[in-house]
Design a protein around this ligand. Sequence first.
Ligand code: NAD
Ligand code: MG
Length: 394
Amino acid sequence: MSQMITVLGATGSIGKSTLDVLARHTDDYQVFALTANTQVDALLQQCIEHRPQYAVMVDEKCAVQLRAKIALSDLTTEVLSGVDALCQVSSASEVDQVMAAIVGAAGLLPTLSAARAGKRVLLANKEALVMSGQLFMEAIKDNNALLLPIDSEHNAIFQSLPVNFKDDPIARKQVRNILLTASGGPFRGWTHEQLQRVTPAQAVKHPNWSMGQKISVDSASLMNKGLELIEACWLFDVKAKQIEVLVHPESIVHSMVQYVDGSVLAQMGNPDMRTPIAYGLAWPNRIESGVASLDFLTHSQLNFEPPNHDVFPALNLSRQAFDAGGTAAAILNAANEVAVAAFLREQIPFTAITDLVDAALNGCEFETADNIEVILAADSSARRFVQEKITAWT
Ligand code: NAD
Ligand code: MG
């Protein structure tokens, strides 16, 4: 029997890589729904190729356009619109797996909806987990859903941890710590003064990975690693101090687990998201992903160095937010999203991103994050707080 899958954020970098892997295994996987925000023609092309039962465009006007184009084709795909439709195609009874690859807080409700419906959730959308950690993990547990990390580092950690690490006290005692690797981004080794003048074009040009704009900027500021630190704490039920961040500029070692006997297990591979995507789709099996074998002779040097916390404060801000608990991480995430968008519009300098996150963590009140309304309210108020500061600035 083939697996039915919904791809949230199909037109993005992760969405496209997911469809690339699925196209190699059409006997084993069928696409139930594809979703996008506003890219009508890109979603149309994907519908033609993958013939889903549903296509969802968040924007209603875009849905009208896509519907008209689909009517002219031989497709039977039904076009829906809005956030409720995203939640419907994530929780429909026909669906086995949901690839959560929307960028940012916009992915929270549909991803949570997949968790609540007991699906296999392939999590790329780290912001959803950062915002709602406890609530999200409870939804997974209470509904017998399966959460598999797609973020390459977390996928590597998952592959390197003992089986059943979370639930088995003996397995937990065997692990000394987790080594979360970071490429260091395009500005590794730069000074604060140099960072003040960088442009969006420089920031989105990642040395090793090809990704969406927002995560590329996050990688440049190391906020991506900060979000990943929080993501790892929730996924593997560990404390922030059990995770050490190591800069590894080659992005070949995707992360490691250090055991009490001194052994270190690492997962390695070329920097191509199709590897963790294929792993998530097929787990506990492995399938062909289209990624070439790693050639150690062309990557004969693997380097490691500590992060520079003075120039890149995002990691410490993230540790601080996770340790504070409640809505602090939702505030950190929302502040970062608004600041990154303003940087990409060239309204603020690059270094202002983490300044604004810091200001939001100091200026917004933290609350207990035990229901979705509180989390969404914290997200909105942090967005307003940061937007006001940006408006005053420009
Ligand atoms: P992207 O910008 O390339 O694509 C984002 C997708 O989300 C698009 O399909 C877009 O239509 C959709 N989208 C955007 N705004 C939306 C909204 N308001 N409502 C609904 N849909 C919306 O992003 P990406 O690089 O593919 O990243 C997606 C997620 O995966 C992010 O959370 C990112 O952190 C995570 N991730 C990405 C990579 C990578 O290599 N690209 C690696 C690890 C994790
Ligand atoms: Mg990552």
